[in-house]
Design a protein around this ligand. Structure first.
Ligand SMILES: Cc1cc2nc3c(=O)[nH]c(=O)nc-3n(C[C@H](O)[C@H](O)[C@H](O)COP(=O)(O)OP(=O)(O)OC[C@H]3O[C@@H](n4cnc5c(N)ncnc54)[C@H](O)[C@@H]3O)c2cc1C
Length: 496
């Protein structure tokens, strides 16, 4: 079988590329190794509760906002089931030894006035923070699809560090740690996070902040329906083992079921290191392979999915981030103090009323902790692995119990996952949560361009410019622009 476009992987980036290109009349085939589409968009059900694996909340989905513009073009904006989080505190931050709940609010005026209540002496620093965040996102290519004529991020943007900027704002350590809180810095690598990564995550959520109702899987399922409506093909349980390359051109992919699928152009949504492993030695420039293979990944996550007893704990329409007294900027990441910071929230379903059905807890985790079990099979990793996970779950629940006394008594059952789970389910190198780390101290080395050293093979997904729903969406447009043209595509998206 031959297609115009063969896409390896049905994560957000792969599916968005599939939809953009099938809308353009190209004959697209998306190949997914798992039995379910979505990669990090996957949700799963246990004991009647729906849990998300890697997409817990999203920003800028109000009519006319950036993500909404993209999703409207995809034809999915008005079909998504989303719940807007508390406008006065979508993220609530707490610190050991401090009773205050610091709130990050939606809408810039609201965001500023709420922070001023917490830090009345810091108006200048807060104003400076906001104007810089807005300036960085205004200049970030494809953050807003309108009026973009290049997707290259200017060097000064790449080499500005979030930490340097935040440190210079004020002498108030708590304010700086509040501004740095939430999912806005690379876990474990605060010092390397470029300011643009922090700014885009923060701005997108201040614009408006939403939780998927009944799971983020719906985003993947709607994109698949879109691809199929334009005549495209999406095949699950179809793992690509090899990209067959001849004379620096990709000809076909070889699947683990022995099938060969031919194409004119190929897009890999798999992690670039995983993708390069699909190309035989000698078929791609050695120096390119070496550069990509040596890049650092961001850390992964340990996730705890807790089923709650019926009507035992209220639904919380916000996210909670808890930090040690030092905050995220000075976190020790000392194993003995794990989890010195963690995140929790109560998922929303169509049935959610006053009470929550479940709680989701997450803390950062390095791949080294689980690498001894690399190569073992899911659900058959052995007793030591189960004991390791149980120990981590115990520590995380003990930390939560301090924050929410009595919560354990409300928990009926607990499930957990580690970076090894992500490694095996999504093929992401080292089970990294946000893929390849963009390092503001060495920016050019970590840039992944859509064009590879194989003429008709492209990359897409979170490893390019930026992770998260907006970053991956922009990356999909960048990748497809190599095939259909950037201005042509952004004009179409801007015009709905
Ligand atoms: C714990 C966690 C929490 C997060 N929370 C948020 C959040 O709240 N909000 C937010 O915006 N972002 C969040 N993110 C980030 C976000 O989920 C990712 O940036 C995004 O989903 C990545 O999409 P992607 O297209 O790059 O690919 P992925 O989701 O990595 O998908 C890649 C796909 O390729 C497939 N694949 C790999 N190898 C092969 C092969 N050989 N053959 C066929 N298929 C293959 C995989 O199975 C997978 O389906 C979170 C991530 C994690 C891990």
């Amino acid at each position: 079988m031959k297609y115009d476009i063969v896409i390896i992987g049905s994560g957000l980036g792969g599916l968005e590329c599939g939809l953009i290109l099938s809308k353009e009349g190209l004959n697209v085939c998306v190949l997914e190794q798992s039995s379910k589409v979505g990669g990090n968009l996957q949700s799963f059900t246990r004991d009647g509760c729906i849990f998300d694996t890697g997409m817990h909340y999203i920003g800028s989905m109000d009519e006319g906002q950036y993500l909404h513009k993209y999703f409207k073009y995809f034809g999915i904006a008005d079909k998504l089931k989303l719940k807007q989080l508390d406008t006065d505190g979508f993220d609530t931050l707490t610190f050991d030894g401090d009773d205050t709940e610091y709130k990050l609010s939606q809408g810039y005026d609201n965001f500023a006035s709420r922070l001023l209540q917490h830090f009345p002496q810091e108006k200048k620093a807060i104003d400076q923070y906001i104007s810089r965040i807005r300036a960085v996102t205004d200049d970030f290519p494809l953050y807003d699809p309108s009026g973009t004529d290049s997707y290259h991020i200017p060097l000064p943007t790449l080499e500005t560090c979030a930490l340097g900027f935040l440190s210079g704002l004020s002498n108030n350590e708590r304010l700086k740690n509040v501004l740095a809180g939430g999912l806005s810095l690379y876990p474990g690598h605060a010092g390397k996070t470029p300011l643009y990564v922090h700014a885009c995550m923060r701005d997108s959520l201040i614009n408006s902040c939403w939780r998927p109702v009944d799971g983020s899987q719906q985003i993947a399922d709607l994109l698949v329906a879109g691809i199929k409506s334009y005549g495209g093909t999406v095949l699950t349980s179809h793992r690509v083992n090899e990209i067959i390359v001849e004379n620096e051109e990709a000809r076909a992919v070889l699947l683990d079921n022995g099938e060969t699928i031919y194409g004119d152009n190929f897009i890999s949504n798999a992690h670039p290191i995983t993708s390069l492993k699909m190309i035989r030695e000698g078929k791609i420039r050695k120096i390119y392979r070496k550069r990509i293979t040596n890049l650092d990944n961001t850390w992964g996550a340990f996730s705890l999915y807790a089923v709650l007893k019926k009507d035992s704990f209220p639904y919380l329409n916000k996210n909670y981030f808890h930090y040690s007294a030092d905050g995220i900027l000075n976190a020790s990441h000392d194993e003995k103090r794990w989890p010195d910071n963690y995140y929790f929230y109560t998922p929303a379903t169509s049935n959610t009323g006053r009470f929550a059905e479940s709680i989701m807890l997450m803390a950062d985790m390095k791949f080294e902790e689980v690498s001894p079990w690399l190569g073992t099979k899911i659900n058959r990793r052995g007793e030591e692995y189960e004991a390791f996970k149980a120990g981590k779950a115990e520590k995380l629940l003990t930390a939560l119990e301090k924050r929410l006394p009595g919560i354990r008594a409300n928990i009926e059952k607990v499930y957990t996952s580690t970076p090894l789970t992500f490694h095996d389910y999504t093929g992401t190198d080292e089970g990294s949560a946000y893929g390849i780390m963009k390092n503001c101290h060495d920016p050019l080395r970590s840039i992944i361009l859509p064009r590879t050293k194989i003429n008709n093979l492209f990359f897409t997904g979170q490893n390019m410019n930026l992770h998260g729903i907006l970053g991956v969406t922009a990356s999909a447009v960048i990748t497809c622009s190599e095939i259909v043209g950037l201005q042509y595509l952004t004009n179409k998206i801007s015009n709905g």
